[in-house]
Ligand binder design. Structure first.
Ligand SMILES: CC[C@H](C(=O)O)C(=O)SCCNC(=O)CCNC(=O)[C@H](O)C(C)(C)COP(=O)(O)OP(=O)(O)OC[C@H]1O[C@@H](n2cnc3c(N)ncnc32)[C@H](O)[C@@H]1OP(=O)(O)O
Ligand SMILES: [Co+2]
Length: 137
């Protein structure tokens, strides 16, 4: 079951400049900065009510964010939903014909297990499923 819009992922060229901008825009500082080596990204998280903004910058040429920004302007990169049971949701989406970008859940940022759905099977939106690690059975 999808339980919440967990975060909006924004791809940015200059993480420090974007962090300063969003600190002013949101009127609050980020609550977390995290490097995710497996994705070759640096992330900065802001909490906005029940949702979050995740700023992402690529840290290597083969980072998905670097590749994205080589072809597209800065902006919305993905939408992430919180799920109660990521494995069950992956099975459900596979059976429904969605293309998943990873076979198994993988460690994401912010203490989450994550999986991505290809934008081509989600009406042009890169969708991320997130399950809190603490809640993993
Ligand atoms: C996990 C840490 C953190 C977290 O929250 O926990 C993150 O969120 S990390 C986020 C970065 N990691 C990822 O995005 C992993 C999943 N992404 C991928 O596997 C690729 O980026 C992929 C498959 C979506 C695109 O791969 P690639 O760029 O090599 O392919 P193309 O450029 O050929 O794109 C194919 C096709 O898809 C369109 N596209 C690409 N990226 C996006 C996007 N973010 N949103 C919407 N559409 C996207 C692209 O335009 C191409 O379409 P076409 O019509 O053929 O031009
Ligand atoms: Co994300």
């Amino acid at each position: 079951m999808f339980t919440n819009l967990e975060h909006l992922g924004l791809a940015v060229n200059d993480l420090e400049a974007a962090t300063a901008l969003y600190t002013t825009l949101l009127g609050q500082p980020p609550y977390k900065r995290e490097h995710v080596a497996s994705e070759a990204v640096d992330t900065v998280f802001f909490q906005v009510g029940g949702s979050k903004i995740e700023l992402l910058a690529g840290t290597s040429p083969d980072s998905a964010i670097t590749k994205f920004l080589a072809k597209k302007p800065e902006g919305i990169h993905h939408v992430a939903f919180e799920v109660a049971d990521i494995r069950a949701e992956m099975e459900r989406l596979r059976a429904a014909g969605f293309t998943l970008l990873n076979e198994e859940p993988k460690r994401g940022a912010d203490n989450k297990l994550v999986c991505f759905v290809h934008p081509k099977s989600a009406a042009g939106v890169l969708v991320e499923l997130c399950q809190s690690v603490e809640s993993e059975v």
